[in-house]
Design a protein around this ligand. Sequence first.
Ligand SMILES: NC(=O)c1ccc[n+]([C@@H]2O[C@H](COP(=O)([O-])OP(=O)(O)OC[C@H]3O[C@@H](n4cnc5c(N)ncnc54)[C@H](O)[C@@H]3O)[C@@H](O)[C@H]2O)c1
Length: 463
Amino acid sequence: MPAPSRRFSRRTFLTESTAAAALTAASYSRVYGATERVGVGFIGYGLIGNRHVTDFLKEPDVDPVAAAEVHRGRLAEAVAATGGRAKGEADFRRLLDDKAVHAVVVSTPDHWHVPMALLACAAGKDVYVEKPMSLFVREGRWLADAAKRTGRVVQVGTQQRSGKHYQRARDLIQGGAIGKVVSVRCQSLRNAYPGFGNPPDQDPPADLDWDQWLGPAPARKYNPHRGIYFFRWMWDTAGGQMTNIGAHHFDVADWILGLGTLKAVSSSGGRFALTDNFETPDTQDALFEFDGWTASWMLRECSRGAYAPYPLEFFGTKGSLGITRQGFLVTPDLDTPAVNTIPGVSSGHPAGGPKPIKVVGGPRPRTEAITDQTGSEDEQFRGHVRNFLDCVKSRTAPHSDAESGHRVATLCHLANLSLRLGRKLRWDAKTETVIDDAEANRALVRSYRAPWDRELKAIGVGT
Ligand SMILES: NC(=O)c1ccc[n+]([C@@H]2O[C@H](COP(=O)([O-])OP(=O)(O)OC[C@H]3O[C@@H](n4cnc5c(N)ncnc54)[C@H](O)[C@@H]3O)[C@@H](O)[C@H]2O)c1
């Protein structure tokens, strides 16, 4: 496909950045009237792109200017979903050239997130980019820096931050409702045994521009398991459930506790039982160390186990808070004297052993039990879209900014790296490097396939 005529130059990006940085929030809001319409360009119309078109169109101040897709059938569906208002483009760069597009929504596979977002920032567009924000650690830093330098609004698609019951849970935890938080547990459990089959490499469907789909990822022969939806389980294009589901859970942990003090990551697992041709683990356990607390991740793709209602749970000295997209539960611990928690203490240890303390009326709960079932995915998705549009106008930081997206994706990438290298990684959060591990540090960066390496170098970013 011929490339559009527009070419960004490093100079243009930097000049533009300096100008943008000079604009204050106040001057931006003068530029953008509160009732003004936001021209939106949609890139990628799959499972989530479809949802985003619907949600953005529900906002009264959105003009769907254009949609880009590399699958012809999906492109036609995207245009139809806007009632024919959006121009359909096979090459997303044409959206970036279009002055009527003020903001883009990147709903493509993970390997495209940062390159597209960087090019969009360089073209002066604000960006709503899906999670996980990055494919590898360094590119997340490039985007977080570019967002800051250019003054662009970058919202990452971790919509839980815009959900009211998540906000209530955050306020409760930060207000001390479960005491001092010492640990967070995250999980993703299902039984997909024996897996999704082994389709052979083959010619891409006639409707799909496979080269543009691959973009900056390594050249590979088409396989349905590398393409639409299934890219999630291949290392070239994603990071398995760790970055797919884990990014959501750890985003909430970042928002409530902050992941900035990450010190070490160790992870084990593998593709132990699924017999298909995917690459990412079907079983993974990971442990993360922070200042004063730990977090764990448990992934089971081929064993569901007993029903575990809360895939994300915060443990504090007064109790725990488990949360889903539908609601949360605060479970108080009992204010039992420590000695009474010793096994066998009430039936009696031999002479000289610990003796129980009598508590009149029995131990009381250390905190209030709370059940909240008010959550809805619709509210979270729509709230996140609205928050983005409001920030486009006010030039304020969105709920899920690029720095948070980078912290979260970094943690997920490090867990996968630890699993693949077979060792614990100690992390220097200041320099964003693995301590004393040259091989791990080399894996924090990947190269982009031509011509995307040149496109990105031209705007001053890249390997
Ligand atoms: N926030 C959430 O809750 C949520 C939910 C689902 C997916 N996601 C994220 O959204 C992303 C997309 O996932 P999906 O399930 O929608 O995948 P999908 O495969 O269904 O859709 C992705 C679409 O992007 C298109 N695409 C690929 N390269 C393109 C290019 N160069 N230009 C234009 N379009 C291109 C593909 O053809 C495809 O239609 C993933 O990163 C995923 O993690 C987030």
